[in-house]
Design a protein around this ligand. Structure first.
Ligand SMILES: C[S@@+](CC[C@H](N)C(=O)[O-])C[C@H]1O[C@@H](n2cnc3c(N)ncnc32)[C@H](O)[C@@H]1O
Length: 237
C-alpha cells in the first residue's frame, strides 16, 4: 500500500528530526555541506534566502552558524515541523522568518519582501506534483533578483530494481563510508521507496523544467538517487 509521509503528525516529525533525517540518505552531511558552501560563496551579510520545505530547521542552523548576518524565510507546510524549527532556531532571533504554508502557493503566502539572493529546497520538491514543481520554478525565478540562484537538493528517479546490483553496491558503500553500522538494508530501502506516494522526477526532467523556467542550470552533484541542481537567473533578465 502506498502512502504519503505524515509530516503533520508530531511523533513522525520528532522521529524524522531525531534520527531518520539521514537514515535513508547516508550522504546527507556531504550534501548539506555542499549547499551551505554554495550559499557561503555568494551571500553578502544582508542576503535574504528563501527555503522551500524548510522542515525542522536543520539546514538553517548550518547556514546561520557558517554565514554571518544572512536571514532565511522558511516555507513549511507542517506546523509540527515548523514548531521544531522555531525551537531549534530561537537563539538566532529574527534571522529565521517562519512562513507556514504550501510552497505550491507562494503568491498566497505572506513572504518577506525581497529581493531574494537565493532560494533553496532540500529534500522537499518531490512532495509536490510535477505540474506544481514547474509552477514553483517559475515563481522562484520571478522572486529572485537578476543573477540570483536556486539550489535544489532532492531525489531523482530511482532505478533500484532495474539496476539492483549497481544500486546495492553504492548503497552499501555509502553506509560504510558514513560509518553507519545498523543502517537501513538495501531491501528495506527498496520496500520503503516502493511504498512512498510522492512525486520524484527523472534528473533530465528536473533540469529541463529549470531551463524552461528561464534558468541557466546544471547538476553539480549526483550520488545514488540524490542530486543537487544549481540554477541561475541570468544577470540581464
Ligand atoms: C524531508 S523533509 C526536509 C526538511 C528540510 N528541508 C531538511 O532537509 O532538513 C521535507 C519537508 O517538506 C515539507 N513539505 C511537504 N510538502 C510541502 C509543501 N507542499 N509545502 C511546503 N513544505 C512541504 C514537509 O512537511 C517536510 O518538513
Amino acid at each position: 500500500m502506498s502512502q504519503k509521509d505524515p509530516w503533520a503528525d508530531k511523533d513522525f516529525a520528532d522521529r524524522w528530526d531525531g534520527k531518520n533525517h539521514f537514515r535513508d540518505n547516508p550522504d546527507r552531511g556531504e550534501q548539506l555541506d555542499l549547499i551551505v558552501s554554495l550559499l557561503a560563496g555568494g551571500c553578502g551579510a544582508d542576503s535574504l534566502i528563501l527555503d522551500l520545505g524548510s522542515g525542522s530547521g536543520r539546514v538553517e542552523e548550518l547556514i546561520f552558524e557558517r554565514i554571518p548576518g544572512v536571514r532565511v524565510a522558511g516555507v513549511e507546510a507542517s506546523p509540527s515541523m515548523m514548531d521544531i524549527a522555531k525551537r531549534r532556531l530561537a537563539t538566532f532571533g529574527d534571522r529565521f522568518i517562519p512562513v507556514t504554508g504550501g510552497m505550491e502557493d507562494l503568491a498566497g503566502l505572506e513572504l518577506p519582501e525581497g529581493p531574494y539572493a537565493f532560494t533553496i529546497s532540500v529534500q522537499a520538491l518531490h512532495e509536490v506534483s510535477h505540474e506544481e514543481k514547474k509552477k514553483i520554478m517559475a515563481d522562484v525565478y520571478a522572486l529572485l533578483e537578476p543573477g540570483g540562484a536556486f539550489f535544489v537538493l532532492d531525489r531523482v528517479e530511482f532505478e533500484g530494481e532495474a539496476l539492483s546490483v549497481a544500486y546495492r553496491s553504492v548503497w552499501d558503500r555509502l553506509n560504510r563510508k558514513a560509518g553507519i553500522k545498523e543502517g537501513m538494508s538495501y531491501e528495506e530501502y527498496l520496500k520503503t521507496y516502493r511504498e512512498k506516494d510522492d512525486h520524484v522526477a527523472p534528473l533530465e526532467d528536473q533540469l529541463s523544467w529549470l531551463r524552461g523556467a528561464g534558468f541557466r542550470a546544471s547538476c553539480l552533484y549526483l550520488h545514488y538517487n540524490r542530486a543537487l541542481f544549481a540554477a541561475r537567473r541570468p544577470e540581464d533578465s
